[in-house]
Ligand binder design. Sequence first.
Ligand code: DGI
Ligand code: FE
Ligand code: FE
Length: 189
Amino acid sequence: MRQEEALKIVKKQLTDHRYQHTLGVMDTAVELAERFGADVEKARLAAIFHDYAKFRPKEEMKSLILEQNLGEDLLHYGSELWHAPVGAYLVKKEVGIDDEEILEAIRTHTSGRIDMSLLEKVIFLADYIEPGRHFPGVEEVRETAEQDLDEAVKQAIMNTITFLMRRNQLVYPDTLHTYNDIVSQQGGK
Ligand code: DGI
Ligand code: FE
Ligand code: FE
């Protein structure tokens, strides 16, 4: 699918602010894919559709998670997590994208997971560092992303876990697994 067609489809699902974020994620994902050798066209499409389900009503997302077996355990954690797996499901069903690597990158873009592919890391990181993001610590992650993809993903996930803990929010196990997986690959114990 071409960029213009994909953007036209996703624009209808999003607020203007979220559409601008999506454009930022797209440009950043393309840049990261080029830098680290991921498939640029897959990165572009995954980025365009990563937040496709962001504005679906919670009840709809809940029903889809249960009926389509998207991971019932998600319902015990923050609803902010739900749009990622629901997005992967709807992008396949409503948009007709059936590339499993793209769908998986959409599915894991919020929490990450163990053994993330290069494409998944690119999308996860692009979502965190796109130019419209202004979290504390994002500038350090942007600098790390100039050279070390895994280290940048680790820094982003550390920031997210810290943010959640400070707000007394539950940390989804996959979020912790992402952190542990990278640290153990780096030789940590
Ligand atoms: O959809 P975006 O805002 O672009 O970004 P995102 O998909 O990374 O979602 C960010 C939100 O997800 C933010 O409110 C924090 C939340 N989140 C990320 N990991 C976890 C989480 N919420 C909970 N409860 N647990 C997590 O592990
Ligand atoms: Fe998201
Ligand atoms: Fe996003």
